[in-house]
Design a protein around this ligand. Structure first.
Ligand SMILES: [Zn+2]
Length: 478
């Protein structure tokens, strides 16, 4: 068999985190009863007019700047005509001729080293509704809540060569967009979805092969499998003397194979023309400068700051800044308890352990900075020991309990009442005369046994330092 190279380019659709839709005032909130987040504009009633949401333009600019693009200061919208039941207007307002951002790129890192994936363009557009197939009634229902939710589409150049590179690119993209606050990028809710354009060619051949497109992939695992599956399918086809057809395919992750959906359209199939209902957008130098000045701190800066300002190890800073959720949690908890190393330890050890055990992403963490800070204060103030703290943390992580209330309710606090400790220890000394004699006879190890017995008597909830001190004091007084 000949040696083949895989060539992959991505079109990534990202739902922007604006409160209202791109051309009307309806909410962009995910979910809701079907067709309750709609109005005449986003449900495509004739005679209505779109009004552009300024925040969409600012988010698109912020994304473009962070992805090293140049901003098209005179840009405009175009009308993309096609009929599909989830798009009641029968056209989508998008950008073809003058997209808002062009010619960017980001650096990715894989085991093979660093490389730059170029970004061809970013354009703004509106999302379509959702078709819901109901197998019981054997019918298809349509929900227009998502219609008009703002999207940016980030189009890469065909610079990726493996699933590993694609995942690295998507992860980096997701993190940048999350730090910018332009999208939550929740793949399970479809706010980040990727279309994969893939072709293969013999190694050394300069021309690209014919590509296929797999649409709307929204899980990293499925993307990895889809790339592998499609690559194999195309190579086998070519090896058998066949030809790859330019088409859109649907990856069925359960069947581990893809199916042809339709022949892939080209731009001319959509009869694009300048959107007549919206004026062109003029981005002034001042506006662009203001957006640039408000760009938040991204990962690399954050990492350096964590090491310098909080003195946490480089590796910990790398892991914590690898998720916006973790970084936010870290910073907010530190602000509450002023113990950066303790906070970092709880995130790096117990949080990571539980995330792995529960097969969760950091995005799914539900405990609050106040809960973690509360727990750290309990340990710090010697109110609970570390073993109990781990147990309480697990409850905080899984059930969102308030650590102080939980410790109180279950009597987990350390007993530091001198009287209680003394009476328990006196009992232990009385019950173990042989150990006392051993200690008197010079066997200092016998004291350790008595301390152990006393801790057991206190069910581990005594401060070991205090117990040690009292045992010694009592033995020496005998
Ligand atoms: Zn609306």
């Amino acid at each position: 068999m000949k040696a083949y190279e895989t060539v992959i380019g991505l079109e990534v659709h990202v739902e922007l985190a604006t409160k209202s839709k791109i051309f009307c005032g309806c909410t962009t909130q995910f979910g809701g009863d079907p067709n309750t987040h709609v109005c005449p504009v986003c449900s495509g009633m004739p005679g209505t007019l779109p009004v552009l949401n300024k925040q969409v333009v600012e988010f698109a600019m912020a994304a473009g700047l962070a992805l090293n693009c140049s901003i098209t200061q005179k840009c405009k919208f175009d009308r993309k005509n096609y009929f599909y039941p989830d798009l009641p207007k029968a056209y989508q307002i998008s950008q073809l001729y003058l997209p808002i951002c062009r010619d960017g790129g980001i650096e990715i890192e894989t085991e093979a080293g660093k490389k730059t994936v170029r970004i061809h363009e970013i354009h703004m557009e509106e999302d379509a509704g959702k078709l819901v197939h109901d197998p019981w009634e054997d019918c298809t229902l349509v929900d227009y809540n998502r219609c008009g939710v703002p999207l940016i589409e980030i189009v890469s150049e065909p610079d990726m060569r493996s699933a590993e590179e694609v995942i690295a690119y998507l992860e980096k993209l997701r993190l940048i967009l999350q730090y910018l606050g332009v999208s939550d990028c929740k793949m399970q809710e479809g706010s980040l979805r990727a279309d994969i354009n893939l072709s293969v060619r013999e190694v050394g051949v300069p021309e690209f092969g014919t590509r296929t497109e797999m649409k709307n992939m929204n899980s990293f695992k499925a993307i990895g499998r889809a790339i592998e599956g499609e690559r194999k399918r195309q190579i086998e086809l070519l090896e058998d003397g066949g030809k790859v057809i330019q088409e859109t395919r649907r990856w069925d992750d359960n069947k581990d194979t893809s199916f042809a959906m339709r022949s892939k359209e080209d731009a001319q199939d959509y009869r694009y023309f300048p959107e007549p209902d919206l004026p062109p957008i003029e981005i002034s130098d001042e506006w662009l400068q203001a957006v640039r000045a408000h760009q938040p701190e991204l990962r690399d800066e954050k990492m350096l700051r964590y090491e310098k300002e909080f003195g946490i190890p480089e590796y910990d800073a790398l892991i914590i800044t690898g998720s916006k959720q973790l970084a936010d949690l870290f910073e907010k908890t530190v602000a509450l308890c002023q113990k950066p190393k303790e906070v970092s330890n709880w995130l790096m050890v117990e949080t990571m352990r539980l995330l792995k055990e529960q097969e969760m992403d950091p995005e799914e963490i539900t405990f609050t900075p106040a809960q973690l800070a509360g727990l750290i204060k309990l340990v710090d103030g010697n109110k609970i020991n570390r073993t109990v703290a781990k147990e309480v943390f697990e409850k905080v992580f899984k059930e969102n309990v308030d650590p102080e209330a939980y410790v109180e309710k279950h009597g987990l606090g350390l007993v530091s009442d001198d009287g209680v400790l003394r009476s328990a220890i006196r009992q232990v000394i009385e019950n173990n005369p042989q150990s006392v004699r051993d200690y008197m006879g010079g066997k200092s190890r016998a004291m350790g046994f008595l301390v152990g017995q006393a801790m057991k008597e206190m069910k581990g909830k005594a401060d070991p330092g205090m117990v040690n001190q009292i045992v010694k004091e009592m033995l020496d007084a005998m």
